[in-house]
Design a protein around this ligand. Structure first.
Ligand code: C2E
Ligand code: CA
Ligand code: CA
Length: 666
């Protein structure tokens, strides 16, 4: 019981625990109170008018006038309040003020009206009674949204009213007073019902607003997650392309430029392969942090996937290049992860809007093309897509289309470059090098079309067709000459191709020990697992494997240990600089390393006598190069081999296939 009374009192004083209801109450009330005051004033003036002649003028005018002035002031204040929105605390304060002021007004008006009752005849007295009755009911109605005030007004008016008329000792007055009081109670009951419905509505609206807010928050969070890369917490690929599209549409036709950059990590793959994916992920997150900390205004950087990042920057070529360079430098600073100190590099490609393209995919492709250029030619640097690249893309497209329609067996030839044994200078075998005479493009360099054949998937057919031709031709030469054949990255990871190559060896009945497949580090690095399976398959069939272009990659020694290879081919760049102390030392140490690991070592690119002498001093046993012979067409090799037992003036070796070991240990 006590609790209920406490609750009631708290409710009467406007419960601050329901601020949303207080606010809604105030908002409704501010439209109804002016009507209440207007009603009060009009009714009071009417009573004063009918009593003007019968009551003293201090009552009808003297007292009423200031009451009306105060009422008008309140009315105007409420009309003004209608235009302003209050916060919850102010609303509560205003409601409490209204209850107090309303009660005071009720006291003033009931006192004033009852004091008029002593004047005039029954009609005037009836008017007073009617005035009080309709005014109080009207006021209670106007206070429907503030029942606390309605209850106060009703009590303040009805108690003296009922008491006063009960004491009049006149049946009609007593009946009217009881009647009015009952009506007031009923009205109050209805009013409280309406109010409770109002509260429910407000609460459910508040709940709904809360839910809507939560839904909005969740939507925003989902949106953020959908555009964020989980590992680095950078914006992701989707965000990158959305932003790119937006930038294009904002800047189209405005003459303003912006840069699209793609950054790819160098040496990340071997780190990932060696230390595992968990460490690789950790490293990527660290790279992400470095990129986040760059703090370049208007610069947006995203992770596009794998070890590739993209950036957008509203600036010109110079600015974009500077940013690309800054990224490459920042990323290259070594990382301390646990006990390990790791270092990766970064290469960057940039394309500028609108110069390089006007659509998202063209701009991205071009920055990717520029990146490819950085990766292959200027590792660790930034390349901006230029007209030169444009021309190259055109020529690549021409090669691609000529390649698609080429007749492989007629247009492609195998040329043979002798592999020469020192010091006797005898030809022990040949490296097969492809030549393409296209009826459309004339002669095309292998470096150009091999990459395109790989990209278009044509390489598998080409490799099989060329290898078949090369095996047939080497078989037609006298003696036991070796054949070295270059395999591309795609061949090295395709089991089907490997099976087909072994089948060719078997069908032609050639001793597999005479065949060497040349591979490069870069060709196995991207899919090491797949390559390893293929290489083991080849090796167990008895053929040899050579690591080509040795010394140009980045983790040469690591791969020398990991890959199942028999032979190392030292890249010609070392020979051309052999006079230089460093290059000479490199060759010397690789030759020594091969000897201690029992691997055959071939030095490529010998172009003059001076180089040859230097190599002989370094105890090199096998060499290739223009000094002896370029790659020759089969017909000339065949003719001279049979006619004179020489090729390019050098005698053919009469060694046996099983003698290779001698070459590595000599
Ligand atoms: P590679 O395997 O390193 O081949 C050696 C390249 O150096 C050949 O160029 C050869 O002509 C050239 N060369 C030989 N001796 C000298 C020299 O003393 N000085 C100089 N400056 N160059 C010399 P080529 O024939 O243009 O081949 C280029 C590349 O194309 C090859 O590099 C190889 O990676 C690839 N390739 C050639 N034929 C084939 C093939 O049948 N299949 C595949 N997958 N790739 C091939
Ligand atoms: Ca080669
Ligand atoms: Ca080579």
């Amino acid at each position: 019981m006590n609790r209920k009374i406490q609750d009631f009192i708290q409710w009467m004083l406007i419960d601050p625990r329901h601020p949303e209801i207080a606010k809604a109450q105030y908002n409704e009330l501010k439209h109804q109170i002016p009507a209440l005051y207007a009603l009060l004033m009009v009714n009071a003036i009417a009573v004063a008018y009918t009593h003007y002649d019968v009551a003293p003028s201090y009552l009808t005018v003297g007292i009423l006038a200031p009451i009306l002035v105060i009422t008008s002031i309140r009315l105007i204040a409420w009309v003004r309040a209608g235009a302003t929105e209050l916060g919850t605390e102010d609303s509560i304060r205003k409601l409490r003020q209204t209850i107090v002021l309303g009660s005071l007004m009720a006291i003033v008006y009931i006192t004033w009206s009852l004091s008029l009752d002593g004047y005039g005849g029954p009609v005037e007295r009836g008017h007073v009674s009617l005035f009080i009755a309709i005014t109080v009911i009207g006021c209670i109605f106007c206070l429907v949204n503030l029942p606390q005030a309605a209850i106060m007004v009703m009590l303040i008016v009805n108690v003296p009213y009922l008491t006063y008329y009960m004491l009049q000792d006149h049946d009609v007055y007593i009946a009217v007073a009881i009647n009015i009081s009952l009506v007031c109670l009923v009205v109050l009951k209805v009013l409280l019902n309406v109010y409770s419905g109002f509260c429910k509505l407000v609460r459910s609206q508040a709940d709904l607003a809360l839910k809507q807010k939560e839904t909005q928050r969740l939507n925003a969070e989902n949106e953020r997650l959908a555009h964020t890369d989980a590992l680095t917490e950078l914006p992701n690929r989707r965000y990158f392309f959305n932003r790119l599209e937006t930038l294009i549409s904002q800047r189209e036709g405005t003459g303003s430029v912006f840069a699209v950059g793609v950054v790819d990590l160098d040496r990340f793959k071997p780190i990932n392969d060696t230390y595992g994916h968990q460490l690789g992920d950790h490293l990527l997150a660290e790279v992400g942090n470095r990129l986040k900390s760059l703090k370049i205004p208007n610069f947006e950087v995203c992770r596009l996937g794998g070890d590739e990042f993209g950036f957008l920057y509203p600036g010109n070529m110079e600015e974009a290049t500077a940013i690309g360079q800054r990224i490459c430098e920042q990323v290259s600073v070594p990382y301390q992860i646990g006990d390990l100190q790791l270092s990766v590099g970064a290469s960057c490609g940039v394309a500028l809007f609108p110069e390089a393209g006007k659509s998202a995919h063209v701009l991205f492709d071009r920055s990717d093309y520029a990146l490819y250029h950085s990766k292959t030619a200027t590792r660790g640097r930034t390349t901006v897509y230029s007209a030169e690249h444009e021309a190259r893309i055109r020529s690549e497209r021409a090669i691609e289309s000529a390649l698609q329609s080429a007749d492989l067996s007629r247009e492609f030839q195998v040329f043979f470059q002798p592999v020469v044994a020192l010091p006797e200078r005898a030809v022990v075998g040949f490296e097969a090098l492809v030549r393409w005479y296209s009826p459309v493009l004339n002669e095309v360099e292998p470096d150009q079309f091999i990459a395109i054949a790989e990209r278009t998937g044509l390489i598998h057919r080409l490799t099989k067709s060329l290898f078949e031709k090369a095996v047939r031709q080497i078989n037609a030469l006298p003696g036991n000459l070796t054949l070295s054949f270059n395999l591309s990255a795609h061949d090295v990871t395709s089991v089907d191709t490997v099976v087909a190559l072994l089948d060719i060896i078997r069908r032609h009945g050639i001793d597999p020990r005479l065949i060497t497949f040349e591979i490069t580090e870069t060709s196995v690095i991207d899919s090491y697992e797949a390559a390893e399976i293929c290489l083991q398959k080849l090796r167990s069939a008895g053929v040899k494997l050579a690591l080509d272009d040795f010394g140009t990659g980045y983790s040469s020694l690591g791969y020398l240990h990991r890959l199942p290879i028999d032979c190392v081919k030292i890249d010609r760049s070392f020979v051309s600089g052999i006079k230089d102390q460093v290059a000479g030392d490199v060759i010397s140490s690789i030759v020594g390393l091969c000897r201690s690991m029992h691997k055959i070592c071939i030095v490529e690119g010998v172009e003059n006598k001076c180089q040859l002498d230097a190599l002989q001093n370094l105890q090199c046993r096998l060499v290739q190069g223009f000094y002896f012979s370029p790659a020759l067409p089969f017909d000339s090799v065949h003719e001279s081999a049979h006619a004179t037992g020489t090729v390019a003036g050098l005698p053919l070796s009469d060694r046996d296939a099983s003698e290779d070991f001698r070459l590595s240990t000599a």
